[in-house]
Design a protein around this ligand. Structure first.
Ligand SMILES: Cc1cc2nc3c(=O)[nH]c(=O)nc-3n(C[C@H](O)[C@H](O)[C@H](O)COP(=O)(O)O)c2cc1C
Length: 187
């Protein structure tokens, strides 16, 4: 795939720091275990096929325009459908949806591919990507840019439709475990 660059080409990293080794992967992994993150199911649909994965690498970019970014491992089944359809839906899980998180993370033995959609109830909004009923919020998106990032791709997305719940707990992943945190008041 030819790469169109969106980087500053006239900027160089700090030369002294560039020569230093990074911390070991395990040290970094351990540090990231302290990172409390909301849990999403990223879904896509193309040519009658659906795929999805559990993801915490979902981040707000700008509110105006409404953009977010999602990092997906290149080996993941959903990657192909996201690229082909140019769309994805980020479904932010509520506290009672840990079973959905586990199924879409490949943590339920024997549940693979489209069988994952046997967990939760699914509909769609605008793009056709699967939308999870009772998610705290679902962001139905078009993909506007794909960035190559070593083992992953970053999908920059613009939100075309949103479905949001008024109350419930958020599902948070912290220190290798899922936790439900009350949403408090949301207006
Ligand atoms: C809490 C949690 C967060 C995850 N976050 C991501 C993520 O942000 N991006 C990603 O590519 N995989 C992430 N994964 C891993 C995928 O959910 C997992 O590899 C999934 O099975 C991939 O789908 P596949 O089996 O179709 O390849 C996460 C897993 C867990 C348990």
């Amino acid at each position: 795939v030819p790469l169109k660059t969106n980087q500053w080409l006239d900027w160089e990293p700090n030369a002294r720091l560039s020569a230093l080794p990074t911390v070991a992967t395990e040290v970094h992994r351990s540090g990231m275990r302290n990172f409390a993150a909301g849990v999403s199911i990223i879904t896509s649909r193309h040519d009658g096929l659906s795929a999805g994965l559990t993801a915490t690498a979902v981040c707000s970019v700008t509110a105006d325009p409404p953009r977010l970014v999602v990092f997906v491992n290149k080996g993941v089944l959903a990657t192909d459908l996201i690229i082909k359809s140019g769309a994805l839906c980020a479904n932010l899980l509520s506290g009672e949806q840990e079973d959905v998180a586990r199924a879409f993370a490949g943590m339920v033995p024997g549940v693979r591919g489209e069988d994952r959609f046997g967990y939760g109830r699914w509909s769609e909004l605008l793009t056709g990507a699967p939308v999870l009923e009772n998610a705290l919020v679902s962001f139905d998106c078009r993909v506007t840019n794909v960035y190559d990032e070593s083992t992953h791709q970053a999908f920059l997305c613009e939100v075309l439709a949103t479905q949001q719940r008024k109350e419930g707990d958020a599902l948070i992943y912290l220190n290798g475990a899922f936790h439900a945190i009350p949403l408090c008041d949301k207006n």
